[in-house]
Design a protein around this ligand. Structure first.
Ligand SMILES: [Fe+2]
Ligand SMILES: [Fe+2]
Length: 165
């Protein structure tokens, strides 16, 4: 598979890059189905993946790390691209360590990802799986952004409404 990587410092806004490189994915009905998947109690997988993508772009931009913007956006968007409910009873017990591999397979099947994107997605759960770590800079940025966003989602209380008492 030939691959054209264009690593450079990001100057555009994360929102613009998300639209430029991610619209094909974010508007796809198969990806939109992630909206029905609860994630970290207060979020859904769609919002989580978009938040991680924007966070990763911000990190790369702020630290002036040379990345391939297209791969960073697509790999981040698809990093949790699996459609089973990981909170449902009987979910695979190995979800925590294996879902990266499953997401990479799903992403390859549905969106035809490149090798950098596949590496990012398959290995984003480091260090939970200590011997599977990313081999590209985009993968390390995803790993960091995923942890950052996940902690925030997990510990941010859902806003109470009048209906909640
Ligand atoms: Fe994940
Ligand atoms: Fe994630």
């Amino acid at each position: 598979m030939s691959m054209q990587l264009n690593r450079r410092i990001i100057t555009e806004s994360p929102q613009d890059l998300l639209i430029q490189y991610g619209s094909e994915i974010t508007q796809d009905p198969r990806f939109l189905a992630l909206k029905d998947r609860v994630h970290h109690y207060n979020s859904n997988l769609y919002d989580h993946c978009v938040a991680v993508t924007l966070c990763a772009l911000e990190v790369a931009k702020d630290l002036q790390i040379k990345v391939d913007p297209g791969s960073l956006v697509r790999g981040c968007l698809l990093h949790d691209y699996f459609l089973y409910d990981c909170h449902a009873k009987g979910h695979p017990w190995f979800h925590m360590t294996r879902h990266g591999m499953m997401a990479a397979q799903n992403a390859m099947r549905d969106f035809g990802i490149n090798p950098v994107e596949a590496d990012m997605i398959a290995n984003h759960m480091w260090p939970l799986h200590p011997f599977r770590f990313p081999l590209c800079i985009e993968g390390w940025i995803l790993t960091l952004a995923d942890k950052k966003v996940s902690v925030k989602e997990r510990f941010t209380k859902k806003k109470k409404t009048v209906l909640d008492q």
